[in-house]
Design a protein around this ligand. Structure first.
Ligand code: 5GP
Ligand code: MG
Ligand code: MG
Length: 178
């Protein structure tokens, strides 16, 4: 699997260090706020797992699955809820955890939905941000790393469901797509 990687953009050590920093910031922000940490399946799982372990706060976790990319590398622009939360968000402090923000469509849809459901506050933490990909205006409150406009895999991010278990963020060799 690692042999399919052309280059590493963010190393395992960098991810772990940044995750500890973000965890400390979020611990201060959410002290005594009993946040509902919402992971967007499946890409956010490794990041959410490490990030919440770095947060010394009482919190709850829930998960949503939305369609954005399917198995392709280009966003369809259409957002559909495949699995909704089990938790009522009304009056809750919501922390959305994402793997990467590209066009911004997925999160902007989810945020509108949480506003409609009367969340008390909504913030976003994303491991990666690809600002050049933005189609709708959207900014994360906490960003791990900025990445260039390239298709990346690893640490939750897939190509046709593979590579999510890489401990770092990398770019695939061109022959893998072909
Ligand atoms: P957006 O709605 O912001 O365009 O898309 C966000 C979702 O698309 C991410 O949560 C992720 O699942 C997928 N995505 C965006 N860019 C990449 C990328 O470079 N690599 C991978 N594997 N998925 C991506
Ligand atoms: Mg995602
Ligand atoms: Mg994907």
């Amino acid at each position: 699997m690692q042999n399919d990687i052309e280059k590493i953009l963010v190393s395992e050590e960098e991810i772990q260090k940044r995750t500890q920093e973000l965890g400390a910031e979020l611990s201060a922000e959410y002290k005594d706020k009993n946040p509902l940490v919402v992971g967007i399946l499946k890409g956010a799982i490794p990041f959410l797992s490490d990030l919440t372990k770095a947060m010394d706060v009482k919190l709850e976790m829930d998960f949503m699955d939305v369609s954005s990319y399917g198995s392709a590398m280009v966003s369809s622009g259409e957002v559909k809820i495949l699995k909704d939360l089990d938790t009522n968000v009304e009056g809750r402090n919501i922390l959305i955890v994402e793997d990467i923000i590209d066009s911004g469509r997925t999160l902007s849809y989810i945020i509108d939905m949480f506003k409609y459901r009367k969340a008390k506050s909504i913030k976003i933490v994303t491991l990666l941000d690809k600002p050049e990909g933005r189609v709708v205006p959207l900014e994360a409150d906490y960003v791990g790393f900025l990445v260039p406009n390239e298709f990346v895999v690893g640490y939750g991010l897939d190509f046709i469901e593979h590579y999510r278990n890489l401990p770092y963020i990398g770019v695939l060799k061109p022959e893998i797509y072909e």
